[in-house]
Design a protein around this ligand. Structure first.
Ligand SMILES: [Zn+2]
Ligand SMILES: [Zn+2]
Length: 193
């Protein structure tokens, strides 16, 4: 019976986190694309769209991003200029290279992680922006925010400044998380002893 209660607690915690992250990341996606639409002078209600730029093409070359690997001469293998799919360049639609600076602005330590994300989907899928706030490569093949575990969801909330703006929500959210976790630990203790 206690295991059932514990499972229900975890289920509610995970669902709450998923919805919180899903809504927040959709807002981030919308805000970034709206800003770019304005900056490049797209007509009202037109959404910027591009699927032609790889992550290699439109991310800055910087060792803190952990994707860059330099040879002895200091040339980055990730941003290899010899191949069109890896060379660093601006987006032909004037969109994708403008997204990385926005991600940097929103990242709590100004160093988004690009190991898991696919920039060809940045305009279409908010999930690919969410992956830039995760710290491991483990989420590369994840297709939905629902498939990100609690640790990953908490990392996104912690790393993306957009969630800081939801101070009241964060406060309530932390209280709910603590309540559920406390009950979960209490139940585990009762089961063990
Ligand atoms: Zn590089
Ligand atoms: Zn592009």
């Amino acid at each position: 019976m206690n295991w059932v209660k514990a499972t229900i607690c975890l289920f509610h915690l995970k669902t709450g986190l998923e919805n919180f992250v899903k809504n927040g990341i959709c807002e981030v996606h919308e805000q970034i694309l709206s800003k770019i639409a304005k900056d490049i002078g797209l007509p009202n209600n037109s959404k910027p769209h591009c699927d032609q730029c790889t992550t290699n093409n439109v991310t800055p070359c910087f060792s803190r991003h952990k994707i860059c690997r330099y040879d002895q001469l200091g040339n980055c293998k990730y941003h290899d200029p010899a191949r069109p799919e890896t060379s660093k360049r601006n987006c032909p639609n004037n969109i994708c290279h403008r997204i990385a600076p926005e991600l940097k602005r929103l990242h709590s330590s100004r160093a988004p992680h690009y190991m898991s994300t696919d920039a060809t989907k940045w305009c279409a899928q908010p999930l690919e922006l969410a992956k830039c706030f995760l710290v491991t490569e483990g989420y590369k093949t994840v297709d939905s925010i629902d498939d990100i575990d609690c640790a990953g969801l908490l990392t996104i909330i912690e790393s993306c400044k957009h969630f800081e703006q939801k101070v009241d929500d964060i406060f309530v959210f932390q209280k709910v998380c603590m309540f559920v976790l406390r009950n979960f630990i209490h139940l585990m203790f009762k089961i063990a002893y």
